[in-house]
Design a protein. Structure first.
Length: 372
């Protein structure tokens, strides 16, 4: 089996968008998930001439490695389109495809082993950098092209399965949103205060322990608490039973999102007494998950932020929550939209599992290719 320095097989790419052939739709950033994403930068008034071209089968990465959660932001352009990226990125491509298949290198760079190597070999004081020279100094073993291709084929088969699930998610989201907009036009909006009630039952008997203790993410789901619970009594904590809601009244410094969650599980959670907990009074009139769909929308986030009050910190109280208005159609119609949401959620869950399998498979594919 041959071994080579990566620098023998790749070369940097410096072609700029000087002719402005590519516009804003071609501008990309790179996620720590190692894929190209739509840029989050404010591009107003920014010239695209200095941006670097990332042609099909080319790589781009961010040389700065500090503050990236131990991951290297690198991506491979698997599409037939040319992207453009900031000139602060390093772009390169494989030049010796008789020894190295670009897709095989992509699998190699996806591994956590590469992240650890690049972090260890990054240099700098104010910020640590993994330069193109450092990339070229990587030594890698090269199985035959036939074996490399087998690994690539197996990887792409998993990618195809993942795409089959992710492709339908956006369609389901659009269907869900269209249904919600339709209901908003057909049914009058009512205050939800008539349909909900606060929950103030505490964990006084300490029936629930640390395993039941939850926080709430701005992604609107319950998460494991990040608080230091050493020597903290759980008696004052408030119970969140199945199908009950909890939210954080303080709305400032939350990235414009309201931290609210619905307990979808069959378990009872406990949360800090600083949280507001409530539940739907009559399931025949209002389906909890239908209500949660409305409270998960960006429109509700904007409404709650606008209607938050306070000086040192802004608060959206339970009384404010009661004044929120939503259309309340018959239960059967509510359940229909919830069913669409469930289908979307299930596809999303499976897609996330497949994506994790894809990540975990990269080192396996490389090991197998090197053992042949």
């Amino acid at each position: 089996m041959n071994e080579a320095l990566l620098g023998e097989l790749i070369e940097p790419c410096y072609d700029n968008n000087s002719g402005e052939l590519y516009g804003l739709s071609s501008v990309k950033g790179i996620s720590i998930m190692k894929c190209f994403i739509e840029t989050k930068a404010n591009m107003e008034g920014v010239s695209l001439k200095p941006y670097i071209l990332v042609e099909p089968n080319s790589f781009a990465y961010v040389p700065t490695t500090s503050r990236n959660g131990g991951k290297i932001t690198i991506a491979f352009n698997q599409t037939p389109e040319t992207f453009i990226v900031s000139s602060s990125y390093q772009v390169f491509k494989v030049i010796d495809t008789t020894r190295l298949i670009p897709d095989y290198l992509h699998i190699w760079l996806q591994r956590e082993e590469f992240d650890r190597y690049a972090r260890f070999n990054s240099w700098g004081s104010a910020r640590e950098v993994f330069s193109f020279s450092d990339m070229c100094n990587i030594s890698l073993k090269l199985p035959s092209l036939e074996i490399q291709q087998k690994a690539v084929d197996a990887y792409k088969a998993l990618q195809t399965n993942l795409a089959a699930y992710t492709d339908g998610i956006d369609d389901l989201k659009l269907t869900c949103q269209a249904y919600i907009e339709k209901l908003a036009k057909e049914f009058p909006a009512e205050e939800i205060g008539e349909y909900i009630e606060p929950c103030s039952e505490n964990n006084t008997a300490e029936k629930y322990g640390l395993d039941a203790l939850k926080g709430i993410s701005i992604q609107k789901c319950f998460i494991e608490t990040k608080a230091n619970m050493e020597n903290v009594s759980l008696k004052p904590y408030v119970l969140v039973e199945p199908d009950a809601f909890a939210f954080v009244p303080t709305t400032s410094r939350n990235g414009e999102k309201i931290t609210i969650a619905l307990n979808h599980s069959s378990d009872t959670y406990i949360v800090s007494s600083s949280y507001e907990v409530f539940k739907v009074k009559y399931f025949e009139q209002l389906v909890p998950e239908y209500l949660f769909l409305w409270l998960s929308r960006p429109e509700f986030d904007r409404y709650a932020r606008y209607n938050s009050w306070g000086s040192a910190r802004e608060v959206f109280s339970y009384a404010d929550m009661c004044q929120v208005k939503i259309p309340i159609p018959p239960k059967k119609m509510q359940q229909s939209i919830v069913d669409i949401y469930h289908a979307q959620y299930e596809r999303q869950r499976i897609a996330e599992e497949l994506n994790q399998i894809l990540k975990e498979s990269c080192p396996v594919f490389i090991r197998q290719s090197l053992s042949n």
